[in-house]
Design a protein around this ligand. Structure first.
Ligand code: XMP
Length: 317
């Protein structure tokens, strides 16, 4: 029967044989899959694995720095690339969800292609594709941020002419987590909620500005840190905040305000295909709502999403 120990042992041996002394380039996302794929490849080929971690300016607050640091402490040969401005420029004025996804996908490919060219003689593209991605790779709004899901945005960039190595493509998510544990990867990375490739761009309804990202990051951080400190984080499949494109009237002291509304979303699920809204304790929601309104300038109202999937989706865009 399948065990993560034997999987690691045979996969590392196979990767060594397959790749030899070649170089591999791999895009890290901060998520579980790309992290586990990277550590497996690193175990097999060491410094010949070149990891690229792109800051698209659409990650959670402080996440890029934090995750880059943990990748480095795992010994990975990783390069952090600050491309925030490129992504914001590409997104400027776009409101349609699919246009935003396309702009992000294209920008990522441009950045990644440029970085891959800097690695002399690289022969392989490593990917954290898992088995459900293989089944679902036709869906535009797929479950993972693999480079593949953006295949359809134009001519094939050079790095896609590389040979592909996908060490996790027979595994389900829970198996990937077990493999990650066997490899000694930090629970902080392994236990992380799924996070969409386009990141906060699809949780800011309407167009994206650096200011809106900043507001949403602050709101999201209060919610996620609250879930963690109340011991609720691991009971939730996925959680986050959505910045709505509406303003509502509020009152502060004896003045009326007219400011932004945010929605909080938390769901339970097994695979993201269906999901139930999470019955978080009222006291907790009340506390988080107060903290958000008191601390985040520009937000005066918090609502909680009580829709399940189907018919609602997990993301609002
Ligand atoms: P939905 O909103 O379709 O989301 O219920 C199901 C799961 O997929 C994630 N998601 C995405 N992941 N690129 C991604 O990499 C995307 O464009 C995308 N859209 C949704 C979502 O976060 C949830 O985990």
């Amino acid at each position: 029967s399948w065990t993560s120990d034997s999987f690691v042992e045979t996969t590392v041996a196979d990767l060594k044989k397959k790749i030899g002394n070649d170089k591999v380039v791999l895009g890290l996302s901060g998520g579980v899959d790309s992290s586990v794929a990277a550590v497996l490849l690193h175990k097999a080929i060491g410094q010949n694995l070149y990891c690229i971690f792109v800051d698209n300016g659409l990650l959670r607050k402080g996440e890029f720095e934090e995750v880059l640091e943990s990748y480095k402490s795992m010994g990975l040969n990783v390069k952090g690339v600050d491309s925030k401005k490129r992504f914001y420029d590409a997104l400027a004025g776009l409101s349609d969800p699919e246009s935003k996804r396309k702009a992000i996908g294209k920008t990522f490919i441009d950045v990644f292609d440029h970085e891959a060219h800097l690695i002399e003689g690289v022969k392989w593209l490593g990917q954290g594709t898992i088995y459900p991605d293989v089944i679902e790779s036709v869906s535009v709004k797929g479950p993972s941020a693999t480079i593949k899901s953006h295949h359809n945005v134009g001519g094939l960039p050079d790095f896609m002419k590389l040979k592909v190595v996908e060490p996790l493509n027979t595994l389900f998510k829970d198996e990937v987590r077990l493999v990650g544990k066997t490899l000694g990867i930090d629970q902080k990375i392994l236990g992380r909620h799924p996070f969409p490739g386009p990141g906060l761009a699809i949780r800011i309804l309407g167009d994206i500005t650096a200011e809106k990202v900043d507001i949403l990051q602050k709101v999201d951080a209060i919610f996620i840190n609250g879930l963690k400190s109340e011991g609720l984080y691991d009971q939730v499949w996925q959680a986050g905040a959505i910045l709505l494109p509406v303003q509502s009237v509020g009152v502060m002291g004896d003045e009326r305000t007219y400011e932004k509304v945010v929605a909080l979303r938390a769901v339970t699920s097994l695979d993201g295909m269906t999901a139930d809204w999470c019955h978080l304790p009222y006291d907790f929601l009340g506390k988080i709502s107060n903290e958000i309104i008191n601390k985040v300038k520009g937000v005066n109202r918090v609502v909680y999403d009580i829709s399940s999937k189907p018919p609602a989706t997990i993301e609002w865009e």
